[in-house]
Each structure stands twice: as structure tokens, then as C-alpha cells.
Design a binder for this molecule. Structure first.
Ligand SMILES: [Zn+2]
Length: 404
């Protein structure tokens, strides 16, 4: 049994779970689009005489079509021949894009300032995304013969980071998942596929029962994709892309390239089932449901599926309880903040609360409590679903009984 213990890394793996870390949250990534790093014309005086809107629209339409049709020649025909360095990087970019299963991809003009075009890039992964993922990117344009072609990127205006900023990116399609990135993608896909039924068993079949996971090539890329948040000590996180209006968009499970190899099989199963539960419950961007329910429920699904006992999965909390130190109340939002002093215990406390509710009232009511607590006050949800106003007393007794 011991060899199957997830280990401390797995158990502290959820620190950026749930509502935090909107993926692609900004346009200030550290790397621009691969292939978009040439030096554009700079200086305060941008040439006023830029291309007309119609010319840029036609150019972008040709690029978008080339990406979808995997037409390298068509794509490179939009790039100026006198910019060999930029052209080589655009070729690299195209190769990366051509390995990804886009259902749609469209660059369009958002703003034209002289020869600099600010673009709106909207894409969807085929069979997975139900709405557009929208990013801001930049292209510099230059005259070529009688027309206009792409000559560079936006210089210091950097594109939003995405998986294809890694020229070695590839994608693996599982039965119920798409895994994009670099490294053991097949392993992640296989594991994720097998986690889906465990989530459906508790949540029901009213969710997509599929997910997109990202496994970046290194820690820096993981941090970029996490919107600049540190990924240190984190195995995986559930995030969401951002819609044009700022609301949460498409779910992504971000897997840490450093954390994944350090997890044993049970740890991987726990971590991915936990994150997949967040996807099913649309936790990323959910600011209303109490954190103890969001995180405790995800752990409940994960540990229920793996049969992990409290003594293993709630080791730190059990040690405290054995010393007679019982927590005063259910963990708050602050208790789940990265770097919080009792972060592991916060997850364990939340899990034990959900485990207690599931055991005493049934999983259906635990699920109802989760949904109700996201719509109204916690107290009202508790009263209407469980017939109690507060769980603290019962939960402390439960901890004493289960862990003491
Ligand atoms: Zn979580």
C-alpha cells in the first residue's frame, strides 16, 4: 500500500486549482509567437502610410485559410520574401500550428496604426472547444510590389502566450481528451481518459465528459500559460481561457512538466481526477461557491475513486488531530492561497467535510449542496439541502472520530 501513497507532492498539488489562474489572461507573455520576433520598424514616427483595411483583411484571410488547410505554401506566401529571419520563424510557427487539431482559426484586424496591425485571433480545438478562444496578437506589414505582406511581429508588443509558442508542440487525442504540449502526452491522455468515468460517477452525465490538457515543455512555459503565476510545487491546475468579455471560457487542465514525472501512478490518478472534477463543475472562474466545497468535492471524487484512506490522504491534519489540535472552522478562501501556512491541511479539512456530507446525507445531496451554495448563501444552502445551519460542530466531531 505504501508504494501507492500519492506522496506529499500529489497532496499539495492543488494550490492553484479552481477559480484562479485564468489561462492566457494577458497579452504580456515572455515569448512572442514563435516566428514573430524580428525587429520591426520602431520609433515614435510610425509611417502613416499603412495598408488599407481591405488589403489586410485579404492577407489575414489567406493566412487563416492556410492554417486550417495545412497549406504551408499559402501561409508563407503572406510573408515578405525580403525578411529571411522572420520568414524562417514563420515557417517554424506554421509547422507548430499544423500539428494542432484546430476546428477553427481566424485572424482579423482589431486596429490598424500605420503598418502595425493589432489582431484578434480566435480559435477552437476541434471536437473540444464549444466557444472561441480569443487572443490579441500583432503583425507588422510592409510593401511588396503593388501590395502588402507581413514583415514582422509587434516588436515589444508581445502576443499572448499559447502552446504553439513552443516549436516542438504536438497534440495527442485520447478517447475523451486532447493533450497539447511536449513530453509524455500519451501517458497523460491515457490517464485522463480513465479518470472521466470516476468523475461522471459522482457528477452525473450532464457535463461534456471530455477535456483539453496542456503539458508544456518546461516550467517557464507552464508559468506563462498559467498567466504568470508560479507553478512551483504544483502538479496540475484547472484553468479557463478568457472570453472577449472577460468571462471564463474554455476549460484547460494545465499539467506541470516538473510535477508530472514526480508523481507515482496513484498520485497521477488523484491529481487528474481532482482537476477533471473542477472541469466538470466549471470551477475556474467560479467566485461564489465556498472554497471548502470546491476543493473538498474535487478531492472527494478523487479519493473515492482511488479508495485512499484519511490516514494517508489527510496525514498532516491527522497528526494535528492526534495532538488534540482541532481546527476551529471550515477553511476559508485565504486558507487556500498559494503559500498559506496550512495549505495541505486546508485541502484535507475540506475533503473531510465533503466526505462527511457524502457519508451521512449521500452524494446526491453533496452535489446539490455544491450547486446551491454557488447560487445563494452557504447558510441557506446548508439549511435547504441538509437541514442544518452550520456544519462546524459535526465536522469537528467527525475529524476527531476519523483521524484522532
Ligand atoms: Zn483543486
Amino acid at each position: 500500500m505504501e508504494a501507492d501513497a500519492p506522496g506529499p507532492f500529489a497532496l499539495s498539488a492543488h494550490a492553484v486549482c479552481g477559480r484562479r489562474g485564468f489561462l492566457l489572461a494577458g497579452t504580456a507573455g515572455l515569448l512572442g509567437l514563435a516566428g514573430c520576433r524580428s525587429e520591426p520598424p520602431r520609433g515614435p514616427a510610425r509611417p502613416a502610410a499603412g495598408p488599407g483595411r481591405a488589403a489586410v483583411d485579404a492577407l489575414l484571410e489567406a493566412r487563416s485559410r492556410a492554417v486550417l488547410e495545412r497549406d504551408a505554401e499559402g501561409f508563407l506566401a503572406t510573408v515578405h520574401p525580403d525578411e529571411p529571419g522572420f520568414r524562417a520563424r514563420q515557417e517554424e510557427l506554421f509547422t507548430a500550428l499544423s500539428r494542432l487539431p484546430f476546428g477553427s482559426w481566424r485572424e482579423s484586424v482589431e486596429r490598424l496604426e500605420g503598418t502595425l496591425a493589432t489582431l484578434r485571433l480566435a480559435y477552437r480545438y476541434r471536437d473540444f472547444d464549444t466557444g472561441d478562444v480569443v487572443l490579441t496578437t500583432y503583425l507588422e506589414l510592409g510593401r511588396a510590389g503593388g501590395g502588402w505582406l507581413v514583415t514582422g511581429d509587434g516588436g515589444d508588443r508581445e502576443d499572448a502566450p499559447e502552446s504553439w509558442t513552443d516549436p516542438d508542440v504536438r497534440a495527442v487525442r485520447g478517447e475523451s481528451c486532447l493533450v497539447v504540449g511536449r513530453g509524455p502526452l500519451e501517458q497523460v491522455a491515457d490517464r485522463l481518459d480513465r479518470c472521466v468515468p470516476a468523475v461522471t460517477a459522482v457528477v452525473g452525465s450532464g457535463w461534456a465528459r471530455r477535456a483539453v490538457a496542456l503539458l508544456p515543455g518546461d516550467a517557464d512555459r507552464a508559468e506563462e500559460l498559467a498567466g504568470g503565476r508560479s507553478f512551483e510545487g504544483i502538479a496540475a491546475a484547472a484553468t479557463a481561457t478568457r472570453n472577449a468579455d472577460g468571462s471564463p471560457g474554455q476549460a484547460r487542465i494545465l499539467v506541470s512538466p516538473e510535477g508530472w514525472p514526480r508523481l507515482n501512478p496513484l498520485g497521477r490518478r488523484v491529481v487528474l481526477t481532482h482537476e477533471l472534477t473542477h472541469v466538470a463543475m466549471e470551477s475556474a472562474g467560479d467566485e461564489r461557491t465556498p472554497m471548502w466545497l470546491v476543493e473538498g468535492f474535487a478531492d472527494h471524487v478523487a479519493y473515492r475513486a482511488t479508495g485512499t484512506p484519511p490516514a494517508v490522504a489527510a496525514r498532516e491534519l491527522a497528526e494535528e488531530v492526534a495532538r488534540g489540535e482541532l481546527p476551529d472552522g471550515l477553511p476559508s478562501r485565504e486558507d487556500f492561497a498559494t503559500g498559506a501556512p496550512r495549505l495541505s491541511q486546508a485541502y484535507q479539512e475540506a475533503w473531510m467535510a465533503c466526505r462527511m456530507v457524502a457519508g451521512r446525507y449521500g452524494e446526491d445531496r453533496l452535489l446539490r449542496l455544491y450547486r446551491e451554495a454557488g447560487r445563494r448563501s452557504e447558510r441557506d444552502a446548508l439549511r435547504d439541502v441538509l437541514g442544518v445551519e452550520d456544519l462546524t460542530g459535526a465536522w469537528r466531531e467527525y475529524l476527531r472520530g476519523e483521524l484522532g
